[in-house]
Design a protein around this ligand. Structure first.
Ligand code: PGA
Length: 257
């Protein structure tokens, strides 16, 4: 009954110039195996999107942006709209990453507006949720992910919810080398799936893809991907080198394939 195709998405954050991005694509196209079973998504900075889209042509590798504004166009200096991202060749958009929430004022309400805007342009949001270390230590992880998930997905139709991607990224695991244990990640992700079921029904919950993110590396991929509710990963640091990102995809393909 498991029909969810695994996704491995690379979040490059504020790394790589255009020439560096194109060099990566060149190497990655030669190196990556397992792409029949795993959807690979690269999320570079805005500046590299259009040229990367050209160089990914025919590779089956998808392109995503790291953020978006919810209006189509207008006097919003510095912002980029879903229309523009589509035009640049994107099919995915990361929304509500913890760094956006922490440094740039993305609230649950803003995340929801972005999710709705992305979906209304037939792009796929990768909506990030996750607790801080303090929240985990005070035992409110489930409460936090419930609030973020319900607020972020408010007002969606069940078919829209079903087509989304959610990334569970414990903030304390991002860029720190500390990962959630396979069991903890599975437990929270199963819980998020149960929230989607409460909101949108069993079919949407069975289809929505939920990723784990936070210090994913080739060495911890198999354990995480062996868990039934974990449908892939959002990878930061280890997505910047061809070898490690390709290896994460290969191991995921082997584990899920
Ligand atoms: P990391 O980042 O893999 O470097 O921990 C993950 C993310 O921020 O999406």
């Amino acid at each position: 009954m498991l029909t969810r195709k695994a996704i491995i998405a690379g979040n490059w954050k504020m790394f790589k110039t255009v020439p560096e991005a194109l060099t990566f694509v060149h190497g990655f196209r030669k190196t990556a195996v397992g792409l029949d079973h795993v959807e690979a998504v690269l999320c570079p900075p805005f500046t590299a999107l259009a040229l990367m889209s050209e160089s990914l042509c025919g590779s089956g590798i998808s392109l995503g942006a790291q953020d978006v504004f919810w209006e189509d166009k207008g006097a919003f200096t510095g912002e980029v709209s879903p229309v523009m991202l589509k035009d640049a060749g994107c099919s995915y958009v990361i929304v509500g990453h913890s760094e956006r929430r922490q440094y740039f004022g993305d609230t649950d309400e803003k995340v929801n507006r972005k999710v709705i805007a992305v979906l209304s342009h037939a792009l796929t949001p990768i909506m990030c949720v996750g607790e801080t270390l303090e929240e985990r230590e005070s035992g409110v992880t489930k409460k936090v992910v419930r609030t973020q998930t319900t607020a972020g997905m408010a007002g969606l139709a069940p078919e829209q919810a079903a087509g989304m991607v959610i990334a569970y990224e414990p903030v304390w695991a991002i860029g720190t080398g500390r990962t959630a244990s396979d069991e903890d990640a599975q437990e929270v992700i199963a819980y998020i799936r149960s929230i989607v079921q409460e909101m949108f029904g069993a079919e949407a919950a069975g289809q929505v893809r939920i990723l784990y993110g936070g210090s994913v590396k080739p060495e911890n991929t198999a354990g995480l991907m062996s868990k039934v509710d974990i449908d892939g990963a959002l990878v930061g640091g280890a997505s910047l080198e061809v070898e490690s990102f390709a290896e994460i995809i290969r191991v995921t393909s082997e584990t899920k394939g």
